[in-house]
Design a protein around this ligand. Structure first.
Ligand SMILES: [Zn+2]
Length: 412
């Protein structure tokens, strides 16, 4: 059994029961083989296209309650430890440890910057992490500077399109990053941290995943469903808020079973919504640790919370239950996320059945759904909610996939 995945090996009687009465398959939010980050994967799952994606730096910032106005750019930023090596910045430590009392002093040194009419503000969130809010004639179409892995050089900021805004935004951030190093490297706090405690200095800001507000069709208008999202991280709060969902902010405690049970309970009580997204980050977090046994245990633990779906939720014939993941997070290898598909099961009164009796990557591959990709998920949901529209009927100017749409009655 040595080649089994954590999900295949986990004891999951409740997920298996749902698979046995459900329609099963595999799902990828984009293209097979592409390792997806959660924010883009969730955006595509909700039936939006890649070119509409506003960028994580914007979505996560607004999820943290930071205001990024329409023409501004938001970028994920963090303070790290680097050293100059052959005139380049080598990343020594991406998560340097610093006493809480030092953080405001460090942040104050690099909080505001201006270069050729572009302004940068560093807004801290947790520890040494935060966001850059960038204003002026700016663009999110720029590269990251964060190389993601230690012992690599900080990346030069380059424009990713030919606009003057992308060029000037790149130039401004490039100057800001170098300025942050000059301000911090010989700062008394770093001399104290280095010399007295032998710790890594905190001496540079690095950035990744710029974003900007885009005008998006509201989820309700797009799919005819009133949405609620119940999750535990700022990126989901920002993303779903931007799509027009109501949000329930929850916390991850040391008890993932209780956390998921509580989220499902909130979902059961939220009768005024027609689409509820209930999320747990735990299998992904466990995958990141590259500890397959721990991930297996986490999945078994979440399965116990899922008992309520079997015992209560599916008893309501009006409900369609969909269980899947936004991407694969393998417990082996070097990749942070991986590009293979994940299992999916759908349970409801209008689904077609298949012969699958267990919820995992191997059994679901034999299921009746086959391989589902991208926005097909939302079309399948409408279909199995018995509210899909016959292709070609036009009751609204935008071709909506549900029927009836929010159409305008003819007046006399
Ligand atoms: Zn992850």
């Amino acid at each position: 059994m040595e080649h089994n995945t954590p999900l295949y090996s986990a004891y999951t009687p409740n997920l298996d029961y749902l698979a046995s009465i459900g329609l099963n398959g595999l799902y990828h939010t984009y293209k097979q083989g592409v390792a997806m980050p959660s924010e883009i994967a969730h955006f595509l799952m909700m039936g939006y296209s890649l070119k509409e994606f506003p960028g994580r730096g914007y979505l996560e910032a607004i999820g943290e309650g930071i205001e990024i106005k329409e023409k501004q750019v938001g970028i994920i930023a963090r303070l790290v430890s680097v050293k100059l090596h052959e005139n380049k910045f080598l990343l020594l430590n991406r998560n340097p440890k610093v006493k809480q009392e030092y953080i405001p002093k460090i942040v104050n040194e690099i909080k505001y910057f201006e270069y050729k009419n572009i302004k940068i503000e560093f807004i801290p969130t947790k520890g040494l992490r935060g966001f850059l809010k960038i204003s002026g004639s700016v663009s999110p179409h720029i590269t990251d500077s964060d190389p993601f892995y230690e012992n690599r050089y900080i990346i030069d900021i380059c424009p990713t399109d030919s606009s003057t805004q992308a060029k000037s935004t790149s130039a401004c951030i490039r100057e800001y990053l170098k300025w942050s190093f000059n301000k911090l490297n010989n700062h008394e706090i770093n001399i104290e941290l280095r010399q007295k405690n032998g710790m890594y200095p905190v001496n540079m800001v690095i950035t990744q995943r710029a974003g900007q507000k885009k005008s998006l069709m509201n989820f309700r208008q797009k799919w005819g469903l009133k949405g609620l999202s119940i999750s535990s991280q700022a990126i989901y709060w920002g993303l779903f808020k931007e799509l027009g969902f109501d949000i329930v902010k929850t916390k991850d405690t040391k008890d993932p079973e209780a956390d998921l049970a509580q989220r499902l309970k909130i979902a059961i009580q939220s009768k005024e919504y027609s689409f509820i997204h209930v999320h747990t980050k735990m299998p992904d977090k466990a995958g990141h640790l590259k500890d397959p046994v721990y991930k297996k245990d986490i999945i078994s633990c979440l399965d116990r919370a899922i008992k309520v779906i079997k015992d209560e939720i599916i008893l309501d014939p009006e409900l369609l239950v969909v269980i899947t993941g936004d991407h694969s997070t393998a417990s082996s290898g070097r990749m942070i996320h991986t590009g293979e598909s994940v299992p999916i099961t759908m349970v409801g009164q209008y689904i077609r059945r298949d012969l699958v009796t267990a919820f995992n990557e191997i059994d679901c591959a034999k299921g009746g759904l086959g391989m589902v990709k991208g926005d097909e998920l939302m079309y399948l949901i409408l279909n199995f909610m018995d509210m899909g529209k016959l292709k070609g009927l036009m009751d609204t100017p935008e071709d909506q996939p549900y029927y009836p749409g929010f159409y305008t009655p003819l007046s006399m």
